[in-house]
Design a protein around this ligand. Structure first.
Ligand code: G1P
Length: 305
């Protein structure tokens, strides 16, 4: 099973992160020294994905600019022997291919994926929801690709969540448990109330899907509010004889769509990064001993002017 393409839906307005996201795409939030979407593309490349199709929208040009060569900047850095500052992103630009489709109206995740139908052909492909950052020994998508090849079927990433959080996720109804981490899915329910959640397994932002999803999305009606849900499309795809599995991805998942999730991701990544970890640990220790850089009115510095 060849899986070389992935879709990154990046058209969302980022309402959970306003006002930051008023003029700047949420995918360009920094995680350490890179925009979040670069972490996503790096996970793709480490999973052997070569072609990325971004579904963007108005005021998302910064994403395309980031994954493009900037001749003036290259020249400027070369002259000063500082090309290493952009060596990482340059390598990505040379290794991967990027294509862009604009979603003109916010018609839902299912609609964003459906827009990619002519690009994908008759293959299995990956999806990365860029709000979800997954850090683990093996790249998140690569774990799903392994299962997809083994089962010759579609696979979605899940994690256990407390039932009171079910209304924030697509939730999985289990048909059969295969191993402690692998389940065959009977259907999916998008953001149910706690009492209607079919299990405590929540979809997190990685999928490997069959191209049959496009026919299924064609056949799926839009929900109240006019959005086409990907979860409804996947449930419909099962009626087209495509098996779907849910796999508990190994690793840590951060939802960077909110300020708190982004802060946790920033700290978690910094604590594991060779360059930042000792600084971070020292700073955290200072918090414990109250020697931190927190504002303290008793240490106020007064200026006459
Ligand atoms: C989307 C999906 C949902 C999934 C979630 C994971 O929802 O619709 O099924 O559980 O991503 O992050 P969103 O958070 O974009 O509303």
């Amino acid at each position: 099973m060849d899986i070389t393409k992935a879709i990154i839906p990046a058209a969302g307005l980022g309402t959970r992160f306003l006002p930051y996201t008023k003029a700047i795409p949420k995918e360009m939030l920094p995680l350490l020294d890179k925009p979040a979407i670069q972490h996503i593309v790096e996970e793709g490349l480490s999973s052997d994905i070569k072609q990325f199709l971004m579904i963007t929208g108005r005021s998302k040009e910064a994403i395309a600019n980031h994954f493009d060569i900037a001749p003036e900047l290259e020249h400027f850095l070369q002259e000063r022997n500082k090309s290493h500052f952009i060596a990482g992103i340059d390598r990505i630009i040379r290794q991967a291919e990027f294509a862009y489709i604009r979603q003109a109206e916010p018609l839902g995740l299912g609609h964003a994926i459906w827009l990619a139908r002519h690009h994908i052909g008759k293959e299995y492909f990956g999806i990365f929801l860029p709000d979800d950052i997954i850090v683990g020994k093996q790249p998140g998508l690569a774990q799903l690709m392994r299962v997809a090849r083994q089962e010759k079927a579609s696979v979605i990433a899940v994690q256990e969540v407390p039932l009171e959080c079910a209304s924030s996720y697509g939730m999985v109804a289990i048909k059969k448990q295969i191993t402690p981490n692998l389940f065959q899915v009977s259907h999916l329910v998008e953001k149910p109330e706690r009492k209607d959640a079919p299990s405590n397994l929540a979809i997190i932002g990685r999928y490997v899907l069959s191209h049959k999803i496009f026919q299924a999305l064609d056949e799926t009606g839009t929900h109240a509010g006019g959005e086409l849900q990907l979860t409804d499309g996947i449930t419909q795809m099962m009626k087209l004889n495509e098996k779907v599995f849910a796999y508990k991805v190994q690793g840590t998942r951060y939802d960077i769509g909110t300020p708190i999730g982004w802060l946790k991701a920033t700290m978690g990544l910094a604590l594991q990064h060779p360059e930042y970890t000792s600084h971070m640990r020292k700073y955290i220790d200072e918090f414990h001993t109250m020697q931190s850089g927190l504002y303290d009115s008793s240490k106020n510095i007064l200026h006459d002017i």
